[in-house]
Design a protein around this ligand. Structure first.
Ligand code: AHM
Ligand code: MG
Length: 338
């Protein structure tokens, strides 16, 4: 059946014609997808492929690296080096930017979290990859870290793959959001979820409740009101989900609405938040906004933040528009009172 659907390549070529592009982005995405398909295969084989367990090292952020974190990072770098489309790369698993040898250098920058939700690998729960594509600034041949520090509004393309019961790709180039499902036998992504949109209202939230006592007042208030259900000010019961893989939680929100929060709290205030701006929050915000949702730190639109460093962390509140607006208004009220 899938042979009669539009392939990702077919879809991208059509988009490229509409934009009168030269096809560079189409070719770059083909390389990114080669990495993602190979990671999907590793995830699928798990222990059979020697993909589970710790690598015994830490990344620049002091987090334990799993074997699959390291393997996925190597795959992303390998698949995206020689295509001739990139001037450089930045990864959650790399201290500094990755330069592309001069003979292969192109005009885009690729930023990625090669394996998001890696705490879930060993327990066989969904993980994913997240990527963001920026233009290398005009006149820059050999980019440095500062050239990557562009606000999310400058993204040319953003996407994620989720390695769940099916492997899916969700992508935007700034003209809506489309979802593709990988056919393992054919080795291709096929368009299965065109024009994804997020319902404006929701009855579902996603947050790590174990951090409740550390949250700020506006988030405490929002969750408290949800928990009061039909007897509280919201007048309806809410449901809660927390996969602890941002890709899986965001994918649920893209599929059926909801709000996802990793807010600032007292323990992580010094770090700026938990999730990383450049390769987690910005690409997800681009996708969420393009699907009709909203994304904020609680006080600012995430995509408008001027990044200060490659591995910068931010509070993230995203999903159904009316709910995010409500949470933002609770922040405004609390800040005015203070
Ligand atoms: P990772 O990129 O190192 O996997 O960390 C990011 C993940 C997100 O996918 C997820 O939303 C969050 O960390 C879960 O954090 P916690 O374990 O505190 O609930
Ligand atoms: Mg991550």
């Amino acid at each position: 059946m899938s042979g009669y659907r539009k392939t990702l390549t077919h879809f991208l070529i059509e988009e490229q014609r509409l934009r009168q592009g030269e096809g560079v982005l189409t070719l770059l995405l083909a390389d990114v997808m080669t990495a993602c398909k190979t990671i999907s295969d590793l995830v699928d084989h798990g222990e059979l492929a020697g993909a589970l367990g710790t690598h015994g090292t830490e990344n620049v952020q002091g987090e334990e690296q799993k074997k699959l974190d390291v393997q996925s990072n190597e795959l992303f770098k390998f698949c995206n080096t020689i295509g001739g489309h990139l001037a450089g790369m930045a990864s959650e698993e790399e201290d500094d930017i990755v330069t592309v040898p001069a003979e292969y250098r192109g005009r885009y920058l690729l930023l990625f979290d090669p394996l998001d939700g890696s705490s879930n690998i060993d327990v066989n729960v969904s993980v994913g990859s997240i990527f963001s594509i920026l233009r290398c600034p005009e006149g820059i041949d050999t980019p440095c870290a500062e050239d990557f520090l562009q606000p999310g509004t400058e993204q040319v393309c953003a996407g994620y793959t989720v390695y769940g019961p099916s492997t899916m790709l969700v992508i935007t180039t700034g003209d809506g959001v489309n979802g593709f499902t990988m056919d393992r036998n054919v080795g291709e992504f096929f368009l299965t979820h065109p024009d994804l949109t997020i319902p404006e209202e929701t009855k579902e939230f996603a947050i790590n409740m174990s951090n409740q006592r550390h949250w700020e007042k506006p988030v405490q208030r929002y969750i408290d009101e949800c928990l009061q259900g039909t007897e509280g000010p919201r007048g309806r019961d809410f449901n809660m989900r927390w996969v602890a893989s941002m890709v899986a939680d965001v994918h649920r929100i893209i599929s059926r609405g909801g709000v996802f929060m990793y807010p600032i709290d007292d323990r992580i205030r010094e770090k700026g938040g938990k999730l990383r701006l450049m390769y987690e929050a910005n690409p997800m915000s681009f996708i969420i906004e393009q699907a009709g949702g909203m994304s904020s730190t609680g006080r600012e639109r995430i995509m408008e933040l001027q990044p200060k460093e490659l591995h910068q962390r931010v509070p993230v509140i995203l999903g159904s528009k009316k709910e995010v607006e409500r949470i933002v208004s609770y922040h405004e009220e609390a800040d005015q009172e203070a």
